[in-house]
Design a protein around this ligand. Sequence first.
Ligand code: HAM
Length: 432
Amino acid sequence: MIQKPKGTVDILPGQVEIWQAIEKTARDIMAKYRFNEIRTPMFESYDLFARGVGETTDVVTKEMYDFYDKGDRHIALKPEGTAPIVRAFIENKLYGPEYIKPYKVYYISPMFRYERPQGGRQRQFHQLGVEVFDGKTALSDVETIALAWEILETLGVKDLKLVINSLGDNEARLNYREALINYLKPFEEELSEDSKTRLYQNPLRVLDSKDPKDKEIVKDAPNILDYLSEASKERFEQVQSLLTALNIPYQIDSNMVRGLDYYQDTIFEIMTNSEVFGAETTICGGGSYSGLVKELSEGREDVPGFGFAIGMERLILLLEAQKSDLAVENPLDIYMVTIGQSVVREALQIVQALRRQGLNVEFDLNQRKPKKQFRDADRHGAAYTLTLGESELAEKNINVKNMTSGQEHHFAIDDVIEHFDQVKEAMKEGND
Ligand code: HAM
């Protein structure tokens, strides 16, 4: 039998409700911060990610789903949302004077990375992310971090830790890169295989290696914060002061670098130590990418950006482990029971009229015996059943039963299809 590809999941009814609840909560919060939704294609040109995310990153070298299409174009399924949105920002000239700045967008979208699947890591996963263009001060960094924090807090996620760092501007990074290589070189032979390859290609990544030996070596490595320009230092201090003003607790980890090349200055991760993952895991990651618009517009536009992405699967694992009751059930208002074929046409009309009143109504499309219909009404947890048989139809009325109290009465069909709320009231008062 054909099965789903490795690293993908089916999100079934019964599971999808928590997704919907999270999406609704997040959309409401993002609207408060005046973010609008943006939707970009699932696939893009391979070069967008090679140039945007970085040719030496794991995402590009190891994890991309890329292929040549029938027109021989090199295509990649998007592994992340930032580069595509920067592309859309440039291509649609969203930097133009007719658009309000900062330009703030959000997305909730599948992403694709060829990784080894495990708890909270899939090949098709989902990110809830935002991007802010042309936010020029630390206020923009902090407002965006505060948004991520508010989303997670409102969802009731516990035991989160915000970690921040600054990577400085290009010049600081180049100077730091050199100092780091000089420091690491004498340890080259002792480094893990991955770190050995990274040493000259992408030495900053050695800093966040999970290998215990690497960790020991980088403990005494030079600190990137000592290499920041005055402007970067000041910005990072402002970020800290504003986070404090908002009572958002944070830690600084100068070894945190993030896995994508476009970051400069402020970066952050929101992590958890929850046992569901077996190790400290990042739920949300982001930061500022001042050079990316310039890079992808070939120098034509120079607009700073800041954003983050929350991993939906990780967030849900966490909420489930915390026994969150976020997913609201959708109880059935009415189950329509029919007795005999002759009433089906009218029953269908009644069902549709009730649905138009905003009620959710179920009806046996297979017209089985009433006993089976009543059993299904129970399985749905219906608040009311309506029963229509030939005698009711002849008298233009219908039996209404409150499934909780067991109370039942006959009501005129016209009253039921016009004002079911009044029928409910009348039942409460015990008269029909
Ligand atoms: P990222 O750190 O690569 O950043 O991914 C963000 C989040 O996506 C991670 O913290 C994690 O929760 C989730 N994630 C990543 N890979 C997987 C996977 N294979 N399975 C499940 N979840 C995963 C970015 O993608 C940046 N674009 C974020 C950003 C936006 N920076 C600025 N703006």
